[in-house]
Design a protein around this ligand. Sequence first.
Ligand SMILES: NC(=O)C1=CN([C@@H]2O[C@H](COP(=O)(O)OP(=O)(O)OC[C@H]3O[C@@H](n4cnc5c(N)ncnc54)[C@H](OP(=O)(O)O)[C@@H]3O)[C@@H](O)[C@H]2O)C=CC1
Ligand SMILES: CC(=O)C(=O)O
Ligand SMILES: [Mg+2]
Length: 641
Amino acid sequence: MISLNGSGFLNNTGVSGSRTSFSHSQKRPSASVRVVALGSNGRPADRNVSVLMESTLKDVKDGAPVVEKDSKSTVDAVVEEVYTEDSATEFITPWTVSVASGYSLLRDPHHNKGLAFSEKERDAHFLRGLLPPTVVSHELQVKKMMHSIRQYQVPLQKYMAMMDLQEMNEKLFYKLLIDNVEELLPVVYTPTVGEACQKYGSIFRRPQGLFISLKEKGRISEVLKNWPEKNIEVIVVTDGERILGLGDLGCQGMGIPVGKLSLYTALGGVRPSACLPVTIDVGTNNKKLLEDEFYIGLRQRRATGQEYAELLHEFMTAVKQNYGEKVLVQFEDFANHNAFDLLEKYGTTHLVFNDDIQGTASVVLAGLIAALKLVGGNLADHKFLFLGAGEAGTGIAELIALEMSKQTNTPLEETRKKIWLVDSKGLIVSSRLESLQHFKKPWAHEHEPIKDLIHAVEAIKPTVLIGSSGVGRTFTKEVVEAMASLNEKPIILALSNPTSQAECTAEEAYTWSQGRAIYASGSPFDPVEYEGKVLVPGQANNAYIFPGLGLGLIMSGAIRVHDDMLLAASESLAAQVTQESFDMGRIFPPFSNIRKISANIAANVAAKAYELGLATRLPQPEDLVKYAESCMYSPTYRSYR
Ligand SMILES: NC(=O)C1=CN([C@@H]2O[C@H](COP(=O)(O)OP(=O)(O)OC[C@H]3O[C@@H](n4cnc5c(N)ncnc54)[C@H](OP(=O)(O)O)[C@@H]3O)[C@@H](O)[C@H]2O)C=CC1
Ligand SMILES: CC(=O)C(=O)O
Ligand SMILES: [Mg+2]
């Protein structure tokens, strides 16, 4: 497993939302917070209307500016006040010299409240006549939006409605997503985000992230400055070459960083304005896209070698220059021939992790630790077989081997022998060693060659079967039946996304194993009734991990990601699976509790960062769970003066 390095950018307050904040001992003069609303084109409109928040920054306590609550303010929590307010306290752009009319305010997604603007605000901000007379609560807005989204039968229409909402009223978008996470996760994330990426050219309306193409070579730092937010804490970047299990979608992969970052906010509580989605466009080898008149990316085959490396290097350098050394960069959906190398290269200079390799490993290990409560034994008592030996497969395999090695005090080389992988050419065995990609080599064990999965299952006799191939329906009836004949409770994880690429469905796994399989999948499946018992499949998706992991890194001011932090995240997630879940056969907790889960994961990750001496936010908060919760963005409307 690759351990990642980086060096520290010190944020004195430890409140990660605020790079422009103050040291623990510094007093900040009392100051009103001035917010300038901009015109719909991002430039100020011609009317002089300043929007003043009702809160006033007074002091700095425990590293967090204390907000004196105005009698009319609706905001209560001190830290929340600082962390949650999304740039409203520092709305700075080079052209912020005058202020806007209410019309502009309605078009500013960060500050727009739509019909929730109070009578007083409508008067103060020139909104009279621009809104119908009714004033509604945030809750009613959520109810109405959910009603409206449920009217759409087609998932992509729901996705587009959600994206429109995000562009229109950010706080309503996040409240909707947080309050209805189980229903809306499949809309803004897998599986629908996969279809959205496939059709991104046709549905593209407004930029939701930065597109950095070969055309921008030599001026990436300038391009970063075009993004309106400056205090970036998390970047999710893709080059679009391996989007879910859908292959090379080039520039249209942008849906993935956008979706992942909306989960950073909704699930992990990172401020939306601190999140930057980036797509690096070096071309695409997808012939269909190159010939598609609606394709939005560069029309050329992918740049490789030095040209590719130089663009990526310029990007990584510019990121550090613009946002400091503690900005977290999450590599997402790169093809494996670049992913491992990028992780290794930038792990020594930046705070980076690869979600597909490391986030996936952490979530699957958590599921396995939890599953042991149902099947018994320790990790080392089990034998693992993977279909797919790429980023997800070898990443998971390595973290399982590491955990096993720690638990049994056995060398990693030994624990790896419990784990077998099959790739497109068959079982990975020592006779193939020379021709294997470097990340597969540790898994080339002594065995005769085997070409297909069913024969590998029969020969290896695994207790756990994990699909990470990106190819749908590869766990056939024969394969699942073989697992069920070998094990009383076979563990079967069909990780590939989106739903169309799942190695088998929940229904198939339960039916073909006579209801005995312990099953989880990357994309969600509905519960299945088998012989009168309702079995609820878990969702083995890195979305359980990266938001909490990211929050833990940010709140502790961590300067690098360490494997032990991934293990800490796994342990925390596994510990949060309740008996109620186990009784339904699920090895992951429901997403409805995800913010609490993320806070606990963040606390465990941060604790590990402190233990390893990798945290820079000092002193360590006494109660890390409470601190994590206090740091989390919540989409509460603020009152405007
Ligand atoms: N649930 C989750 O949280 C996550 C799910 N995933 C999903 O996992 C899948 C794989 O992702 P990733 O590991 O990054 O992709 P990679 O491209 O890195 O790896 C795919 C692996 O599958 C192998 N493979 C492809 N076709 C077959 C086949 N027919 N039979 C056997 N093996 C095959 C490839 O073999 P070869 O090397 O020979 O080409 C390769 O080893 C994707 O669908 C992705 O969506 C990924 C990350 C997280
Ligand atoms: C979930 C995820 O990261 C993937 O499928 O690539
Ligand atoms: Mg991914």
